[in-house]
Structures are given as C-alpha cells and as structure tokens.
Write a protein that binds this ligand. Structure first.
Ligand code: SF4
Length: 363
C-alpha cells in the first residue's frame, strides 16, 4: 500500500468521512491502533455521546444437536451423542420461572442449532411459551441461518416464516451466522449452512417487515483481511438500503474444540483494531457492541475506548461460546456492568432491545 493511500485514509478517518475498501485496507496496514481509537471514539461520541448501553437479558439455547456440522462450531453435536440436549416445555418453564424473578428483565435471546427432527411448531410454541410467561419482555430470537432452516423445513418462504414468528411474538433477530459473507470462506468454515446470499435475503426481508436486527462478523479464522473488511462494507450497503440494523457485534473466532483447532485465536491488538475499524466503516450503524462473553470483560471494557457503546447484557447463561472454550462467566450482575462503564469515564444507560433508555424508577 503506497504512503499516499494511507495518508488519504487517515485524513478521511479523522474527518469522519465514509471509508472505501481501499481506505479500510490502508488503515489496517497502517496499524496505528491509537490513531484508530481516537477516530473511532470521536465517531462514537457523535452518535451516543458519553452513553454506554447495556440490558438485562436472558439467553436460552434450545438445543445443540445440529444437522449442519460446521467446521467452525464447537457447540453442535450429532443426535445420539451424550453431549446433546434439547429443551422441552418443562425445561423452558423452569428457566422462565427463574426469569420472572429478575427485576427489569428486558429481553430473552434465543439461538440454537438446527435440530434434525424438531419441527417449526416446536419453535413457535417456544415463542408462545416465553410470551405467555413474560408478556412485557422483548423476544430476540433465531439467526438468519435458523430462519432459512425453518423455511426449508416448512416449504414456506422466508417472508412467510418471519411473518408467522412475528405474529406469535418475535420482536427482533440477533443477526448471527453472518460469519464472513463470502462464499469462498463459507465453503470452508460452514459449507452446509445458509449461504451469504440467503443470510442477506433473510435480513433484508426482516427489515422490510419492520423486524429490527443486529449484524455480526466472526473474524480471525481463514478469511483474508480484504474479505473481512469487505464484509463490513457489505453490511454498510445493506444498512444504506434498509436502515434495519440496530447494532454491530463482532466475534473473534475461538478455535478450541472445533475442526479448525489448529488455528490460533487472534490477540487483543487485533480485537481492538477491528473494534475501531468497524466503528469507522459502519458509519450508518448506531451502535457497536463489545460482546463481553466473547472478548472477556477486561477487553470489552477496553473496547469502550475503541468506539464500542454497548456491553450487551447480564446474559444469565450462555452455552455456545463456552463450548468453544470461552473462560468468561456465564452471567454478570447489573451493578457490575454499570461499575465497569463508570470506571471507563462513561455513563451507563440501561436499555431495552430497541435502545430505548429504561428509567430507574420503572422497576
Ligand atoms: S454453527 Fe450453527 S449451524 Fe453450524 S454446526 Fe454450529 S449450531 Fe449448527
């Protein structure tokens, strides 16, 4: 990369101008982490001032038995494997009973594997059961990969599947499964699951129906830097078209217990560089989430200086990332989250799924 390209990219980043793929590559190569942090912080401050958001949420993973067998995945297993689990109505009832006692629980977040025999009704009934037990709680459920699976199970279109889910109580999609939106990469890390085109179609259809989503990226496996940065530009193009993304969440790949375990997890320098670059490239996405369960809490706290303005939530229990060796806790209290934000000199704001602030007095 010539020096001129790097200088031009730095000028654009400093001025908060839209970055092209060439600019993003130049900034990546320049590798000036503190410069990126300073530009990303400025953009974060323009979007959300000193606020850092978090919510009180509960994750539910319904099953880890999956037909897809993605090499990137440490969570899944085949039917008959002793590690397999499927939550039935009574298991979910127990989780919901516990969730009912959580003050100001705002969101239930449901993602799972692609079970070989559970039909669409099973998933609809889960949403109905959650809605009945927690009528005021937002249900963020099912990645585009799962939505495509439901479409294949039922023979219904993506639009029909999403409409039915919306009717029974789904309010947003978590946006996982994007990994890197490149067919070359997906052929290696997840050849059986939804293609890049299907992920994009599902997201655009959801946005068209008024269902807000997050967008995601899993980086640090076999993708090139250009594929990684192009992924961010693709997300930005979708957002220009639909405006339906609420937040961007990036996940460093955890290779432990996967078929790609020969790879090394990228370091914290790379995590922070991607945090800042994603804030700068995704100039039309309001929120950048530092997903503490993936990054570890000390690194997630540090990410608040690199453009992140959301620490996700209290979570309660998480299985997917921990299957890949994450050593983080499976939950955190509201007061600990707030303390971490205050320590960074920022202001904690408890939010609902749609980033509306929740007042203390609403308890
Ligand atoms: S990543 Fe998702 S679809 Fe792929 S094997 Fe794991 S649970 Fe199944």
């Amino acid at each position: 990369m010539d020096k001129g390209a790097i200088t031009r990219a730095r000028e654009k980043a400093e001025a908060g101008k839209r970055l092209s793929l060439t600019d993003a590559l130049a900034l990546y190569e320049d590798n000036d982490l503190l410069f990126l942090a300073s530009c990303a912080r400025k953009m974060k401050e323009r979007k959300s001032g000193k606020n850092v958001f978090y919510n009180v949420n509960r994750h539910i993973n319904l099953t880890n038995i999956c037909t897809s067998g993605c090499p990137l995945c440490a969570f899944q297993c085949e039917e008959g494997d002793g590690r397999g689990f499927v939550l039935e109505t009574e298991d979910i009832a127990k989780i919901l009973q516990e969730a009912q006692s959580v003050p100001r629980l705002g969101e239930v977040h449901i993602v799972s594997a692609l079970h070989p025999t559970k039909d669409f009704n099973y998933y609809l009934n889960v949403i109905r059961q959650v809605k009945q037990a927690l009528p005021d709680v937002d249900i963020k459920a099912f990645t585009p990969v799962e939505i495509v699976h439901f479409s294949q199970l039922t023979g219904k279109s993506i639009r029909e599947v999403l409409t039915i889910l919306q009717e029974v109580g789904l309010s947003s999609l978590p946006g996982g499964g994007a990994e890197i939106l490149s067919d070359r990469v997906r052929q290696i890390i997840c050849p059986q699951k939804a293609t890049a085109a299907q992920w994009i179609e599902t997201i655009k259809t959801a946005h068209g129906l008024g269902i807000r989503t997050n967008c995601t990226m899993m980086y640090g496996h076999i993708e090139t830097i250009e594929e990684r940065l192009q992924h961010l530009i693709t997300l930005r193009d979708i957002q220009d078209e639909t405006g339906g993304f609420q937040a961007f969440v990036s996940f460093p790949f955890h290779p432990a217990n996967t078929e790609l375990s020969h790879l090394k997890r990228v370091g914290s320098w790379e995590d922070m560089k991607m945090m800042a670059l994603s804030r700068l490239i995704l100039d039309n996405v309001d929120h950048i989430k530092a997903f503490w369960i993936m990054l570890t809490m000390p690194i997630a706290q540090l990410a608040l200086g690199f453009g992140a303005d959301d620490l996700d939530g209290t979570i309660g229990e998480e299985k997917i990332i921990h299957a890949a060796g994450a050593k983080t806790n499976t939950g955190i209290t509201r007061s600990k989250l707030r303390k971490l934000i205050v320590e960074a000199g920022l202001e904690p704001v408890e939010r609902d799924t749609f980033y509306r602030p929740i007042e203390e007095g609403m308890l």
